[in-house]
Write a protein that binds this ligand. Structure first.
Ligand code: ZN
Length: 358
C-alpha cells in the first residue's frame, strides 16, 4: 500500500510519529541514567574517611578503602591494571596476615586476584559481589620463586584445578599445601565463607581428617576452580552493612554437596544474553550513602591510602578532614584503625540456590 495515495491519513501519522518520538525520548531519558558500574568504575582512588561498608556484598559500596601494596615478601597483586586491589582495611590486613601465615605453613606466597574497586560498587566486568570491600579472590596457584614482572602479572594464567567434565579435582594438581591454605584462611574468625568449586569442596570432604569444623565455611559454588574467594563479615563501624546468613554448623559434605554432582546445577543457562544486575544498576539501586561515597574528594595520593603492613593500626588512613563531605557517611563509625571483630549471628540455613544468570 502506498501511503502517499492516502493524504487523509497524514494527521494520524503525524500524531503517531509524535507519540513514537515521545516514547523514544522517554527511553533515552531512562537509559541516560548513569550506570553505577560506570560511576564507580571511573574512580581511581578512595577518599580519606573512616572505613565503612554500605549494603550487601552484591549491592553496595564502601568508604575509607585502602590498597594492598602491589607486592610484599609473601604476596603479589595479579592483573594490576584492573585497579581492584582495594578493600576495607580489615580485609587488606587479613590478606597480608594470611600471606604470612600461609608462608609459614609452606605455601610460598599469595597471588592476589580481585578485591574491590577503590570505592567498591558494581564492576564493569566480572563479579556480582566484591562491592563492599569484604571479598577477595586468591589464586590456587602458588607465588613463583622469581618475582613476577608487572607484564607477567597481567598475562600469566592461573591453573585450572578441576576437571570440567567430572567436576572433580585434578589429582595431579591438588596438594596437601592447597588444603592447608584453605584451612588457614578458614581459621580466621572474621572469615565467614570461602567459595570454592564443588570439586574442591568434595576433595576436602573426602580427605580432611582430624579437625573438620572449618569445612563449614568452605562453600561450593560455580567457577572458583582457579581461585578461591574469601569473604569476611561486616566490620565494626558499618551499621549499614548487610551481613549474610551464617553457614550451617555441619561440615556441608552431605546432601547439599551431593546436589552439585547431579546434572541440575550444570544445565546450560537458558538466557545467556540477559543483562546482568551490574549492567542495569543505577545509583537508585544502591544504598543512598553510596552517593556520598562517590562524591567524596579523592585521597591526596595513592600512598596516603596504601596499607602499610603489620597491623590494622598501621593502615595509612588519616583522620577525616573537616572539609571532606563525609557527614552522611560518618555517623556511627569507628576509626579505620578499629579491628575488633563482631560475632556473627547464627541464623537460617541457606539451601543451594538456582543457578544465577552470570
Ligand atoms: Zn570472587
Amino acid at each position: 500500500m502506498n501511503l502517499r495515495s492516502l493524504p487523509d491519513r497524514r494527521p494520524f501519522l503525524t500524531a503517531a510519529l509524535a507519540l513514537v518520538t515521545l516514547a523514544a525520548l522517554a527511553a533515552a531519558a531512562i537509559s541516560a541514567e548513569p550506570r553505577a558500574k560506570d560511576l564507580f568504575g571511573a574512580k581511581k582512588l578512595p577518599a580519606v574517611v573512616p572505613a565503612q561498608s554500605f549494603g550487601f556484598y552484591s549491592k553496595g559500596c564502601f568508604a575509607g578503602g585502602v590498597a594492598l601494596p602491589m607486592e610484599g615478601p609473601t604476596w603479589e597483586v595479579m592483573r594490576p591494571s584492573r585497579n581492584r586491589r582495594w578493600g576495607h582495611p580489615a580485609m587488606i590486613a587479613l590478606i597480608e596476615k594470611l600471606s604470612r601465615d600461609a608462608a609459614a605453613d609452606g605455601w610460598p606466597g599469595l597471588l592476589v586476584g580481585d578485591i574491590s574497586q577503590p570505592r567498591g560498587g558494581p564492576m564493569m566486568t566480572g563479579h556480582a559481589s566484591h562491592q563492599i570491600g569484604l571479598d577477595a579472590d586468591i589464586w590456587l596457584t602458588p607465588m613463583p620463586k622469581r618475582p613476577l614482572t608487572i607484564a607477567q602479572r597481567e598475562s600469566m594464567s592461573a591453573t585450572l584445578m578441576v576437571d570440567e567434565k567430572t567436576h572433580l579435582v585434578k589429582d595431579a594438581l591438588w596438594t596437601p599445601a592447597h588444603t592447608r591454605l584453605l584451612k588457614r584462611a578458614a581459621s580466621y574468625p572474621e572469615v565467614e565463607r570461602i567459595l570454592v568449586n564443588p570439586g574442591i569442596k568434595k576433595e576436602l570432604c573426602d580427605t580432611v581428617t582430624g579437625d573438620r569444623s572449618w569445612l563449614r565455611k568452605i562453600r561450593p559454588f560455580w567457577g572458583h576452580d582457579y581461585h578461591f574467594h574469601m569473604r569476611i563479615g561486616c566490620q565494626p563501624g558499618s551499621p549499614g552493612c548487610k551481613g549474610q546468613e551464617a553457614t550451617p554448623a555441619d561440615d556441608g559434605c552431605g546432601k547439599p554437596l551431593a546436589w552439585w554432582f547431579t546434572e541440575e546445577p550444570w544445565r546450560p543457562n537458558k538466557n545467556p544474553d540477559a543483562p546482568k544486575a551490574r549492567d542495569l544498576m543505577t545509583m537508585a539501586n544502591l544504598p543512598k550513602e553510596c552517593q556520598a561515597v562517590l562524591a567524596a574528594t579523592d585521597a591526596p595520593s595513592l600512598a596516603a591510602v596504601t596499607y602499610q603492613g603489620g597491623s590494622a593500626a598501621a593502615v595509612a588512613v588519616a583522620e577525616p578532614q573537616p572539609t571532606e563531605p563525609v557527614e552522611t557517611i560518618s555517623s556511627g563509625t569507628l576509626p579505620a584503625q578499629a579491628s575488633a571483630f563482631a560475632p556473627t549471628p547464627k541464623i537460617g540455613i541457606p539451601l543451594p540456590r538456582p543457578r544465577p544468570g552470570n
